[in-house]
Design a protein around this ligand. Structure first.
Ligand code: COI
Length: 365
């Protein structure tokens, strides 16, 4: 890391919303991070500036060819006023894997993490402390070169914006209904399904609208080749308790390598509960539901945390799971994961990075 980060403070402080009004991704903090790339200078001009709109040429490649990647992570405030980040190094490593797939120049992960830490320091008053709230962090890169030829952009912007949030789903941490999609597909191996890029989400909107019209919160995707094997929910990876064995789809090139997914796998193994990462067909799930061995289902994600799944809608028929209630394992995993993130549960995995701003504030005053 060789660059320094310039800071321009905002003259005005926005009024912060109440915890009960937060929802997901509706409010933004006072500052943002931005850094530019061009072929001659590489990544340069790292700066923290007041949160503001940016100006782009209408021919910027991101608008036409979707050359863009993003990440999602959270900062938490503990009872003793320490701010904590959960495995942030994994997010910047994955951002670079997405960059590689989308032909975007590699980022200095150490600089990106330093930028994030400094941005949180500047906007530390925005990290909420109430239960089930956090500061959601959205790093992203867009292709900004004004050129309509289909080729990798020669210019980019890397930005980090931050938003205080509550639960992602309107249901809060209560079980959601998910529709299994058999017409549209999200991704296929060799495509960009395992990159965190905008097109994957745009491609899912049609099916999501269909699911909403049927009373479901989101879509469970099946594989794009056989329309048979479970993939993911788009905003979360999925896990099923099949008669005591926890099964989650194996990473196959079209599923997102979720950081919460990986953490939950490690926690389950740490508890010596049998876990399989493998192909899992919708037929196997329907059969398990019929014979009473589909005990529990839940999704995992940064935004979604651990979201219990109370019902799968498959071919117009509802498969109710665990009487539509939060399962025992989902609840225990939720408490453990959020406890590790917030510091009320020990972190035997070394996942948490603490930012002690009481010292930073004392040094500044
Ligand atoms: C996240 O969990 O951070 C995600 O990226 C899901 C999102 C699209 C809300």
């Amino acid at each position: 890391m060789t660059q320094s980060i310039r800071i321009e403070r905002s003259a005005i402080k926005k009024t912060q919303p109440k915890a009960s009004e937060l929802g997901f991704g509706k409010y933004y903090t006072d500052h943002m991070f931005i850094m530019d790339y061009d072929d001659a200078k590489g990544w340069h001009d790292a700066r923290i500036v007041p949160y503001q709109p940016i100006t782009l040429d209408p021919a910027a490649k991101v608008f036409h060819y979707g050359q863009t990647v993003f990440e999602g992570l959270k900062a938490y405030r503990t009872a003793d006023d320490i701010i904590r980040l959960f495995r942030p190094d994994r997010n910047f490593a994955r951002l670079n894997r997405s960059n590689e797939r989308l032909s975007i120049p590699e980022l200095d992960e150490e600089l990106a993490l330093e930028a994030l830490k400094q941005l949180i320091l500047v906007d530390r008053e925005w990290v909420p402390s109430e239960e089930d709230t956090s500061l959601y962090i959205r790093p992203f890169i867009i292709a900004t070169e004004a050129a309509l030829g289909v080729a990798p952009s020669l210019q980019y912007k890397f930005m980090i914006i931050m938003s205080p949030v509550g639960s992602y789903y309107a249901e809060g941490i209560h079980p959601v209904k998910i529709a299994v999609e058999s017409e549209y597909v999200r991704a296929v191996k060799g495509g960009v399904g395992n990159a965190k890029t905008a097109g994957n989400y745009a491609a899912g909107l049609k099916a999501q609208e269909k699911a909403s019209a049927q009373g479901s919160s989101q879509v469970l995707w099946l594989d794009g080749v056989h329309r048979k094997y479970i993939e993911e929910v788009g905003s979360m990876n999925v896990f099923f308790n099949l008669n005591g064995t926890i099964v989650t789809p194996a990473l196959n090139g079209s599923i997102l390598d979720g950081i919460t997914r990986d953490s939950i796998i490690q926690v389950i193994k740490h508890w010596n509960i049998p876990l399989e990462e493998r192909q899992l067909s919708i037929d196997e799930l329907v059969e398990a539901h019929a014979n009473g061995t589909l005990i529990e289902a839940f999704g995992t994600g940064t935004a979604a945390v651990i979201t219990p799944i109370g019902e799968l809608l498959w071919e117009g028929k509802p498969l109710v799971i665990n009487n539509g209630q939060t399962g025992e394992l989902s609840a225990k995993l939720y408490d453990t994961l959020t406890g590790i993130q917030r510091g009320s549960v020990a972190d035997p995995f070394g996942w948490v990075l603490e930012l002690d701003y009481r010292q930073a504030s004392a040094a500044k005053n």
